[in-house]
Design a protein around this ligand. Structure first.
Ligand code: ADP
Length: 514
């Protein structure tokens, strides 16, 4: 079959008509040689900036280990400088009307949609996820710009009936101030917009440190924000290496000018940031690790459950905090579920470079991730799990999609977040048993279950101790819905009508002498 592929190199389009069966490897693996919006500088006060030290660090493509470029390796002093600019910008940004902020956010969303292909290329280049998935993330990321453009205009205060005839009770909502943000590599675009657009809509300014593996998506967004009319200092991006993440994070948490911290990442780092933020009593939002139970009851629709598993487990090669972690299947449906899941995994999953057409599973983010995932698989096999599919490293940062059955609760893959393409399936007997298993963890982010029994659906939805529940559904992230975890999975909610509250202070005004 002949297909037409379009590459954009150095601003010009190149059309290639090629025969799919004979695509040579160098075209299949072709990553764009020149990408628009790829900036090798940080972005502070509306200017492309270097670290004061002049130091930089390399950013590599996880798919082939090749260097994409460099970005500044900023430190505590650079961060303090950015915070000062954000504070200055806050003085005027907080005085803008909601309508003015809304217009800029909407324009930003339009520019991102116009340039979604370029933004997706940057995302695939630095994160490795398949291009189609990257485009989906860009659209999801952009939806927060549009949503918060709308929400900005709905920050209503209150007038509360007063018990005293001479006093009136008024409630105002006002922007909290400079917001410090730290984001992860698995959603290099959407985790930035979900946080920053809420803050900007509320009238706050932002200093954001993106993950060292994926800084370019954040920087590309700044170019488009500037084109949309976002004033200097409202959105600042401080890039730094892993070695400097600690000092940059500490400066954001401890600087008194920063009034809010929002973090998405590991529970270990989230706890450090929470502790550091105590010194200035900052408002903190945390979106941390999960250990999602994915429960399939005997009454489940098998196709729906397997489809849900594919969606929940294998997005971003299993590297999302809401990925199914403990797949718990009731004994009656267990053999059929394993058989069907193995069939669908074999048919639908294709490991490869994210730019190669048909790839569904890109690389893991780095070598350590591969070692960790393989460690989980070897530990499970050694403790008695049966390997049905996969279980091998595939060279570089690639790992074969893996299916393990007869997993038990003492195995590492049941106790820890796997963060890789490993479907680890346990067998259970009763509803009571599975509720206990599902809730016996310090995590409380996402939980899923599949059942056609309406009373069971209601009981389970109430009993699972998780902030996000998918019922007969493996994909639930939507801009309009609140995203946030219970227990050690986090604090606060992002997106939805609740997301803006994280960046607002409530002020009670008592109007006396009436
Ligand atoms: P992962 O292990 O998946 O990279 P992390 O929680 O370590 O998850 O990283 C998420 C984000 O937190 C990244 O931007 C990273 O640079 C940052 N980070 C890591 N360690 C610290 C730290 N001590 N203080 C502040 N930020 C940190």
């Amino acid at each position: 079959m002949a297909i037409c592929m379009t590459f954009r190199a150095a601003g010009s389009k190149v059309h290639l008509l090629i025969n799919k069966s004979s695509i040579p490897w160098y075209i299949k693996m072709a990553a764009p040689t020149s990408v628009r919006f790829l900036h090798e500088k940080a972005y502070v006060n509306g200017k492309w900036a270097d670290a004061a030290s002049g130091k930089t660090f390399d950013v590599v493509n996880p798919s082939n280990g090749k260097k994409i470029g460099v970005v500044p390796d900023m430190d505590a002093a650079d961060t303090q400088n950015a915070i000062q600019f954000a504070q200055t910008a806050f003085e005027s940004w907080k005085e803008t009307t909601a309508k003015e902020r809304s217009v800029i956010l909407r324009k930003w969303s339009e520019l991102c949609i116009e340039n979604k292909d370029e933004l997706a290329k940057i995302l695939t280049l630095e994160n490795g996820k398949p291009l189609a998935e990257a485009t989906g993330e860009v659209m999801y990321g952009t939806s927060f710009m549009e949503w918060f453009a709308e929400e900005a205009r709905r920050v209503y205060g209150d007038i509360i009936p007063s018990p005293a005839k001479t006093k009136k009770i008024l409630v105002l909502k006002q922007p909290i101030g400079v917001a410090g943000m730290i984001t992860p590599w698995n959603f290099p675009n959407a985790m930035i917009t979900r946080k920053a657009c809420a803050a900007i809509a509320a009238g706050c300014t932002v200093v954001l440190k993106p993950a060292e593996d994926t800084p370019y998506s954040a920087l590309a967004l700044c170019e488009l924000a500037e084109k949309a009319g976002l004033p200097p200092g409202v959105l600042n991006i401080v890039t730094c290496s892993r070695a400097n993440a600690g000092v940059v994070g500490k400066m954001l948490c401890e600087n008194p000018m920063v009034k809010k911290i929002s973090f998405t990442g590991s529970t270990v780092v989230g706890k450090i940031l929470l502790q550091q933020s105590a010194s200035t009593v900052k408002k903190v939002s945390l979106e941390l690790g999960g250990n999602a139970p994915f429960i399939v009851f005997d009454s489940a629709d098998l196709d729906q459950a397997v489809n849900g598993t594919m969606n929940s487990k294998f997005r971003c090669s299993g590297q999302t905090c809401v990925c199914a972690n403990r797949i718990l299947v009731q004994e009656g449906i267990y053999p059929k579920y394993i058989q069907k899941l193995a069939e669908v995994m074999t048919r639908d999953l294709k490991v490869g470079d994210g730019f190669e057409s048909g790839t569904t599973q890109g690389p893991l983010i780095n070598h350590n991730a591969v070692e960790k995932v393989d460690g989980h698989v070897q530990d499970a096999i050694q403790k008695g799990a049966k390997l049905v599919l996969g279980g091998q490293k595939k060279g570089g940062n690639f790992y074969a999609p893996t299916l393990l059955q007869d997993v038990t609760l003492d195995m590492k893959c049941a106790k820890e977040e796997i963060f890789g393409p490993i479907a680890a399936v346990h067998k259970f007997k009763t509803e009571e048993e599975v509720i206990k298993i599902a809730n016996t963890t310090t995590a409380g982010l996402a939980g899923y279950f599949f059942s056609q029994n309406i009373s069971q659906i209601w009981r389970m939805a109430e009993k699972l101790e998780y902030g996000l529940i998918g019922v007969n559904e493996g994909l639930f992230s939507m801009t309009e819905a609140p995203f946030g975890g219970w227990k050690e999975s986090g604090l606060g909610s992002e997106g939805s009508k609740y997301g803006l509250n994280e960046y607002l202070e409530i002020k009670y005004v008592c109007l006396g002498g009436m």
